[in-house]
Design a protein around this ligand. Structure first.
Ligand code: SF4
Length: 156
């Protein structure tokens, strides 16, 4: 089973009620059994919702209680992001997920780079909360950009 960020599958779960359909990624996964998930919806956030970024840290810091998820309006949604991450991890365990293709830059799904918490389109090194929790539990993850690049050369 392959876990995929639901917005990459064309599901309208983004903060603005739209999606990030990636037809190339979906085409390469067409022989796989996939589970589309949106950690932010699983955590109880509404769609649409205010965009959020991690303030003063990364997903790793959030999971240690050292950083928070703050909306562009200043709301603290840290608990919901953490709940969504653990719900996603539970799905991985229950369905024997072998790897996950996650949307880049998201404060939940992002792996490798995320926004810096200033809502200025500035990226920093780090992972979103869900991505970090999956990494910490030995689930292989890759963002959709790297997945497209590696699909023809590496076996996941
Ligand atoms: S939380 Fe993940 S699946 Fe949901 S909209 Fe954001 S990037 Fe997509």
């Amino acid at each position: 089973m392959v876990l995929v960020s639901a917005c990459l599958c064309g599901i309208n779960c983004k903060y603005n009620g739209k999606n990030n359909l990636d037809t190339e990624v979906m085409r390469t996964l067409d022989k796989e059994k996939i589970i589309p998930i949106c950690p932010e919806q699983l955590g109880g956030l509404t769609t649409p919702r205010q965009p959020h970024e991690i303030k003063n840290g990364t997903g790793k810091d959030v999971l240690k209680g050292m950083a928070r998820l703050i909306s562009i309006n200043g709301d603290n949604s840290t608990d919901k992001f953490i709940r969504g991450a653990f719900e996603t991890y539970n799905i991985c365990k229950n369905f024997n997920v072998s790897f996950a293709v996650l949307k880049s830059k998201s404060p939940s799904c992002g792996c490798g780079k995320i926004y810096d918490g200033t809502f200025s389109n500035t990226l920093i090194d780090g992972n979103g909360v869900t991505a970090q929790l999956l990494i910490d539990n030995n689930i292989k993850i890759i963002n959709e950009c790297d997945y497209r690049l590696r699909f023809n050369t590496d076996k996941l």
